[in-house]
Design a protein around this ligand. Structure first.
Ligand SMILES: Nc1ncnc2c1ncn2[C@@H]1O[C@H](COP(=O)(O)OP(=O)(O)OP(=O)(O)O)[C@@H](O)[C@H]1O
Length: 260
């Protein structure tokens, strides 16, 4: 059984095909990075795969269960989701926001079981937020707030973790830190699927890359197999060189946009 499976997912809106027959099957214990240009359909595909959006065709399975049929609380126990848009209206303390990740287990910020409280503390520590627990959210920097949202998703300790552009607001060190957190989660058995725009980061940390363009998965495989200058040109319209592999990891050097 796959941890997260998309079977020929198709979705249209306003007469446009946003996701077209997209399929993948993710195993537990692997870090998969979804890459593709702006507007390729990545967010839409993640939401379809998690059952948050109804497909026009195809189906999504989370740990073998139909994602659309799962009650929200069951879904949240199986799969944690860190969305790209993360509205936050209340200036709550950091610990309370992270505790929201435990709602699937009945935890609320005001009433956490010992298991909930430990999961919250683990997530706070993993995201480098020790010392921030009592700070009000509206006093945090953008990067700090990103880490709070990540901690909230991690606190669920779900077997599937899906994160949409989690490193967008982070400085280079924390970008690596977050990918390392995902790497550790994958080593511990979690199926991690994340959208990352930085190709160097993706190449360095991904076990597997899903390439998306114009609503379709156009390649699926390890960085060593799929990260080629030809594909970077075809998918992103950029010219790049592949540097000698370092420590078994692929490196790319981006030269610039391809000629029109
Ligand atoms: N409900 C909708 N109605 C119409 N168009 C939509 C809708 N939802 C998404 N789109 C469009 O579908 C395309 C794919 O959007 P999506 O957010 O999935 O892309 P993405 O690959 O995640 O992009 P980015 O890298 O910029 O975040 C975009 O052009 C977007 O404007």
């Amino acid at each position: 059984m796959s941890a997260l499976e998309a079977r020929s997912l198709t979705y249209q809106a306003q007469g446009r095909l946003l996701v077209a027959e997209a399929g993948f099957a993710l195993e537990e214990g692997a870090l998969t990075v979804l890459i593709g240009p702006n507007g390729a359909g990545k967010t839409t595909l993640l939401r379809l795969a998690l059952g948050l959006l109804a497909p026009d065709a195809g189906e999504a399975l989370i740990l073998g269960r139909n994602a659309r049929a799962l009650p929200p609380r069951d879904r949240a126990q199986l799969a944690a989701y860190l969305p790209q848009q993360r509205p936050l209206v209340w200036p709550q303390p950091v610990r309370d926001i992270v505790a929201l990740g435990r709602f699937a287990y009945g935890g609320t910020p005001a009433r956490l079981s010992p298991d909930d409280a430990q999961a919250v503390e683990r997530a706070i520590a993993a995201c480098g937020l020790a010392g921030f627990e009592e700070r009000a959210a509206d006093t945090l920097s953008g990067g700090e707030m990103s880490r709070v949202h990540l901690a909230r998703a991690l606190a669920a300790e779900a077997r599937v973790l899906v994160a949409d552009e989690p490193v967008a607001a982070l400085d280079p060190r924390y970008q690596h830190e977050v990918l390392r957190i995902f790497e550790r989660a994958a080593s511990a058995g979690t199926a991690v699927l994340t959208v990352v725009h930085d190709l160097a980061l993706a190449a360095r940390y991904a076990d597997r890359l899903l390439w998306m363009k114009d609503g379709r998965i156009v390649a699926d495989g390890s960085p060593a197999e799929t990260l080629t200058p030809e594909r970077l040109r075809a998918v992103f319209g950029i010219e790049a060189e592949r540097a000698p592999d370092a420590g078994g990891r692929v490196q790319v050097r981006i030269i610039g946009p391809s000629p029109q």
